[in-house]
Design a protein around this ligand. Structure first.
Ligand SMILES: [Zn+2]
Ligand SMILES: [Zn+2]
Length: 362
């Protein structure tokens, strides 16, 4: 029976949680309740199943959308609204709902309704991250800000070209695996809960070759360099994780790329705004000046610095910041007044005269 508990509650995340937050919560809980860590504990086993089920639905955008729709109708405990009401008539349908509530009568209960929608019961208690590859890349500040393409080379497991993944040498014959008797899995029974693992002898194939493939030594896979071009969206922040669907191990897993944004020599970032420091001299600060500034995308802009400009004062260049989702930030020029470290005797005399005339104590 599929769980009727609220999936968001099971994972301890909010309704608005991102895929990333869901993944993190799932990993943490799956570790905590994994049957290997909780032998002879049926409650932990049940919890582990629930966690997997919740993750399975919430991590898949399509399934999550459907689940959210169902949840809005109070189909799951803890979702906050009363039952279906109205005997499951079509009149309860809201504008966004793309499943038919009138089907409800033909199911034994919400659990069945649920599994008919999502097509899977919570029996496959396994972490389905096996084919996911994680990698990290560092990209220049400007590429992150403006967007761009970055080449990445990864070594990924691919299907062995010699044996096509069977693990057998060309011409080898296959016989039933003596370890798992052809099932491909071995089971550990623990407190009424069974954990299944791929058989280590046949690697889950159920058959063993008379002679192992010389290319892959029987594993059925080889590691190959893969050259990818990653598209970095404009405004990418440090710590962003980009998911490349179906480009990972053996062409089916995902690649998750963690982006590290390198600091820039000139710019730093605050939200969509960029800030760059420009040095000016004492005369420019006191008398005013025009200074040349480069924008993020390399344009030259002339900025008027008024007389009496203070150290650290910021000037805005509108619309020259980072553009994201149709919004564009500004560029700020922060001026730093350079104080000469040494004066010639004439300069000193002139400055003393200036100070006397201005009544400056010195
Ligand atoms: Zn086996
Ligand atoms: Zn092979």
């Amino acid at each position: 029976m599929a769980s009727q508990r609220d999936y968001y509650q099971i994972l301890g995340v909010s309704e608005t949680a991102t895929t990333d937050e869901i993944k993190k919560a799932f990993r943490r809980l799956a570790k905590q309740y994994h049957p290997d860590r909780n032998p002879n504990n049926p409650q932990a086993a049940e919890r582990f199943k629930e966690i997997n089920e919740a993750h399975d639905v919430l991590s898949d955008a399509e399934k999550r959308k459907k689940y959210d729709q169902l949840r809005r109708y109070g189909a799951f405990a803890g979702a906050g609204r009363g039952g279906f009401g109205g005997g499951g008539g079509g009149s309860a349908q809201g504008p966004d709902v793309d499943f038919d509530l009138s089907d409800l009568g033909s199911f034994g209960g919400l659990g069945d309704l649920f599994s008919s929608i999502f097509g899977r019961r919570g029996t496959g208690a396994r972490l389905d991250d096996e084919d996911e590859i994680e990698t990290a890349i560092a990209i220049p500040f400007r590429v992150a800000a403006l967007g761009g393409k970055v080449p990445v080379t990864l070594t990924l497991p691919e299907v062995c070209p010699t044996c096509g993944g069977s693990g057998g040498a060309p011409g080898a014959t296959f016989s039933t695996c003596p370890e798992c008797r052809g099932r491909g899995t071995i089971s550990f029974g623990q407190g009424g809960f069974t954990v299944q693992r791929p058989c280590p002898v046949c690697r889950g194939r159920g058959k063993v070759p008379s002679q192992r493939c010389p290319t892959c030594q029987g594993s059925g896979e080889v590691r190959q360099e893969k050259h990818l071009t990653i598209t970095i969206p404009a405004g990418t922040e440090d710590g962003t994780r980009l998911r490349l669907k179906g480009q990972g191990a053996k062409g089916r897993g995902d690649i998750v790329v963690a982006i590290q944004v390198e600091p820039d020599r000139f710019f730093r970032r605050e939200g969509l705004d960029v800030i760059g420091v420009v040095p000016i001299n004492l005369a420019q600060a006191l008398l005013g000046s025009k200074i040349k500034v480069r924008t993020l995308d390399g344009k030259r802009v002339v900025l008027k610095v008024p007389p009496g400009t203070q150290h650290g004062q910021k000037f805005r260049i509108p619309g020259q910041g980072i553009e994201r989702n149709g919004r564009r930030g500004d560029q700020y020029v922060e001026v730093h007044v350079q104080i000469p470290e040494k004066l010639t005797p004439e300069q000193e005399t002139a400055l003393r005269e200036f100070a006397e005339k201005s009544g400056m104590r010195h």
